[in-house]
Write a protein that binds this ligand. Sequence first.
Ligand code: KMH
Ligand code: ZN
Length: 271
Amino acid sequence: MGINPLIITCPIIGAELTKEDYPYLPAAPEELAGAAEDAVKAGATIIHLHVRDEFGKPTQRIDIFEKVSAEIRSRCECILQYSTGGAAGTLLEERCAPLQLRPEMASLTMGTINFGPDIFENSEYTIRSISEAISKYRIMPELEIFDCGMLETLYRYLKKGYIPEKFHIDFVLGVPGGMGGVVRNLIFLVDRLNHGQTWSVAGIGRFQLPLSMHAIAMGGHVRVGIEDNIYYRKGELTKSNAQLIERVVRIAKEMDRPIATLKQAKDILGL
Ligand code: KMH
Ligand code: ZN
């Protein structure tokens, strides 16, 4: 097998964390840009982006996405992937709003799940609406798969033409309410891919490291950052997104998976 560079996506903040949960949380535009720059320096090529308002609350405001994106792009080169999930309960129109800024990628979740104590609503209407906005602005979707039913939904919707033909898949495993983060679940899901899609895994909490290691071994890609996991090891908070990425980079290099350059990542994803 030839070289298969590893694409690392970094979800630098997410919508759920607070400074109480995680004291090093980057939230202001300059802090988010700094976190993205450090993540890219450590090896990430895709930045999965949520933003916060002046009060630290998750928001889908276009002006803030614009400001943070400009700040990131002035500091480093990367693929920006906007969240269309927002926080659980964010209205559909707000979830789509930042897409008009035309990032290279955007997330799109393939079904409704319990998300901890909340409901992350993604009805057929919601998915089709976000998918239409993504297509309108010629953005590459990353389809977020939280359980095997969402993969079935993807195949049904592909047949119906609800989802663009080109996409990247991200398996999100270990969310309370979604499929668990054990390795056999990842193997089961990857076995069910039948379109030769590129895929990554986002292991939540303690599953981040073992699932990353398995994805590296299986030829997939990884999502590593504090939106999904704030611990470096049990009982020890990570200092930063970059610290989590640096460990995965060390492991990947030992396993003959060089870290993808920006150009390689774009080629692999077909951007
Ligand atoms: N914050 C979660 C409810 C995404 O970014 O598209 C949804 C989420 C997924 O984070
Ligand atoms: Zn997200």
